[in-house]
Design a protein around this ligand. Structure first.
Ligand SMILES: [Zn+2]
Length: 135
């Protein structure tokens, strides 16, 4: 019985992408929006949660695998950028008493100097621009 259900489901899912990172994030967002909408008695959040569920199901069951793959790749890249920026922010916050953080005036690369070194000439590692900086 279970084997028959399993094989029927496997046949039905053939050619479909199934769950990926974007679909899972949509499901989680839908859950959060639904819970918030119910807790705050804010109907539009429930509706947005439902839309997220529906879009997630549509993506998982879609047979246009290439398009879903491209969407997911874009999402994963964006997610990586956001999480690494947040991680870097907390690292800078943790080390704020040890280092002074600043940006290169030419290329805007993020640079740092140990605190209390006084005014020194800094050479940007990215664009080789040299400038004076206090720390
Ligand atoms: Zn630079």
């Amino acid at each position: 019985m279970m084997q028959k259900i399993r094989s029927t489901l496997a046949r039905w899912m053939a050619g479909r992408r199934g769950a990926d990172e974007l679909s899972l994030m949509l499901l989680i967002s839908g859950l959060v929006l639904s819970v918030l909408g119910s807790a705050l008695r804010f109907g539009i959040l429930n509706l947005m949660g439902l839309a997220a569920y529906v879009f997630s199901m549509y993506r998982m069951l879609s047979r246009n695998v290439e398009k879903r793959y491209a969407e997911n790749a874009k999402f994963v890249g964006l997610w990586h950028t956001v999480t690494s920026n947040v991680r870097q922010f907390f690292i800078r916050l943790k080390n704020a008493n040890k280092y002074k953080y600043f940006k290169c005036p030419e290329c805007h690369a993020r640079l740092r100097l140990p605190r209390k070194v006084g005014e020194v000439t800094v050479t940007c590692g990215k664009c080789r621009h040299a400038f004076k900086q206090k720390a």
